[in-house]
Design a binder for this molecule. Structure first.
Ligand SMILES: NC(=O)C1=CN([C@@H]2O[C@H](COP(=O)(O)OP(=O)(O)OC[C@H]3O[C@@H](n4cnc5c(N)ncnc54)[C@H](O)[C@@H]3O)[C@@H](O)[C@H]2O)C=CC1
Ligand SMILES: O=C(O)[C@@H]1CCC=N1
Length: 278
């Protein structure tokens, strides 16, 4: 497909999430030719690596670049937003789109920190964005025009799949799609460790567990109930039931729920709004 439009996007923050997003966006075959600018607090090794890997432009002063950008993505920690948004206030133009990926920040928080009518979106991707497999939550402000909605859709498409939802849903689901990959990797590590304790080569253990998780994920995406899928694994009177009984006895589901609650509470506490109210 021919790329038609050149659109300049400025990332403020060149950390892990920015890298994953840039990787997802530049590999996409969409209708936009992204001209990516990236600014970091200091011109660190990370920024240099990003420039080398994706041929993006490193920007020394984000304020200058922000004036020329069509889309500005805030990819720095939540507690840095207050300062950066205050700097954006006086230079932002009505036609620009400002999107943040910060946990807890909130669409209304973004809009309140920018001039009335600013076009804002709040995205919550995960690190699989880097390979175009994120499940990204996105709350979109009322002032976003069709043109910027198209740009947003192209960004989201480059990252993987997306769920357009309310601000409250982004708060509630941050743990479940943003953070839970880390829970899944802990689960994977525990299984890998079990495999290597049986003498399996670590490389083989990685493939065994990774393919098992991929197959389980693909089965889930057929739309079947997780418990129905579990039942298919559980041969009556067989082996799996014994393992599931241990997970039940040790309150596996409750532990996960507690992890979700702790994650979401922490995200809320990190937002500048909470800091002001504290
Ligand atoms: N890592 C992840 O899986 C996800 C992260 N996020 C959000 O992405 C944001 C960044 O997180 P990570 O990439 O994990 O953190 P990180 O620590 O890897 O990157 C943050 C980057 O922002 C830069 N930075 C800090 N203050 C700045 C400022 N005032 N101006 C310019 N650059 C500044 C830092 O130098 C650093 O390179 C956070 O708001 C986080 O909530 C959201 C979804 C998933
Ligand atoms: O750990 C964090 O705060 C971010 C938010 C979602 C995933 N990582």
């Amino acid at each position: 497909m021919n790329k038609l439009t050149k659109v300049r996007v400025l990332f403020i923050g060149a950390g892990r999430m920015a890298r994953a997003m840039v990787s997802g966006m530049v590999r996409q075959q969409g209708t936009i030719d992204w001209e990516v600018h990236v600014a970091n607090r200091s011109n660190s090794d990370r920024l240099a690596e990003l420039v080398r890997a994706f041929d993006v432009k490193a920007v020394r002063d984000w304020r200058t670049s922000a004036q020329q950008a069509d889309v500005i993505v805030l990819a720095m920690p939540p507690d840095e937003h207050h300062k950066v948004l205050a700097g954006l206030w006086s230079i932002i133009r009505p036609e620009q789109l400002v999107a943040s990926v910060a946990a807890g920040i909130g669409l209304s928080g973004l809009e309140a920190a920018l001039p009335q009518g600013a076009q804002c979106a709040w995205m919550m991707p995960n690190t699989a964005a880097g390979i175009g497999e994120s499940m990204t939550l996105c709350a979109i402000g009322d002032f976003v025009t069709e043109r910027n909605r198209h740009r947003l859709d192209e960004i989201l498409g480059g990252l993987g799949r997306s769920f357009i939802c309310t601000e409250q849903q982004v708060h509630d689901l941050t743990a479940i799609t943003g953070s839970a990959p880390a829970f899944a990797f802990q689960f994977a590590k525990a299984l890998e460790d079990s495999a290597t304790q049986f003498g399996v080569d670590p490389h083989d253990a990685r493939n065994l567990v990774g393919q098992m998780m991929l197959g389980a994920a693909k089965l889930m995406l057929t739309g079947q109930e997780p418990l129905a899928l579990a039942a298919e694994v559980t041969t009556p009177g067989g082996a799996t039931a014994a393992g599931l009984a241990v997970l039940e006895q040790t309150h596996f589901a409750k532990h996960l729920q507690a992890a979700v609650d702790a994650t979401n509470s922490r995200a809320r506490a990190l937002s500048p709004k909470s800091a002001e109210n504290a």
